[in-house]
Design a protein around this ligand. Structure first.
Ligand code: DGP
Length: 118
């Protein structure tokens, strides 16, 4: 069981934004932008690589709703999912980071020189 399942079950507190029977959105404990929401399925799915298209389709609609609720649908936001070891995924429960609330930077993300890869 991951920490996110404990949040879903109410065993750990969270600052919830939106919830339905299948998905939950709550504020990240360590925000990287003025608005930093985590969006998760209640079903235990390890990461994006293992989510099925049906659940992802429903999750997409839920993500749209969260963006509207947070007032980011017009101003814009970044959606990130870390998938597996190299991405730095820490919690092995599928989650999308929704970041916004100000103009975001686009920093160099890799620890290698990317110039010669393409
Ligand atoms: P990732 O590195 O993509 O697996 O991101 C995991 C995120 O989860 C990270 O930004 C911090 C957040 N997080 C970890 N534990 C908790 C928690 O107990 N509560 C909340 N709200 N966020 C958490």
């Amino acid at each position: 069981m991951t920490i996110f399942t404990k949040i879903i079950n109410g065993e750990l507190p969270s600052n919830k934004v939106l919830e339905n029977d299948k998905f939950l959105a709550f504020h990240d404990i360590n925000p990287k932008a003025p608005i930093h929401i985590l969006i998760i399925p209640k079903k235990e799915v390890e990461n994006f690589q293992s989510v099925n298209a049906e659940l992802m389709g429903e999750m997409t609609l839920f993500i749209h709703e969260v963006a509207k609720l947070m007032g980011l649908d017009k101003s814009g936001y970044r959606l990130i999912t870390n998938n597996g070891k190299d991405s730095g995924q820490e919690v092995m429960h599928l989650h999308f980071h929704m970041l916004g609330g100000s103009k975001l930077t686009w920093p160099h993300l890799a620890d290698t020189d990317t110039k010669n890869f393409f």
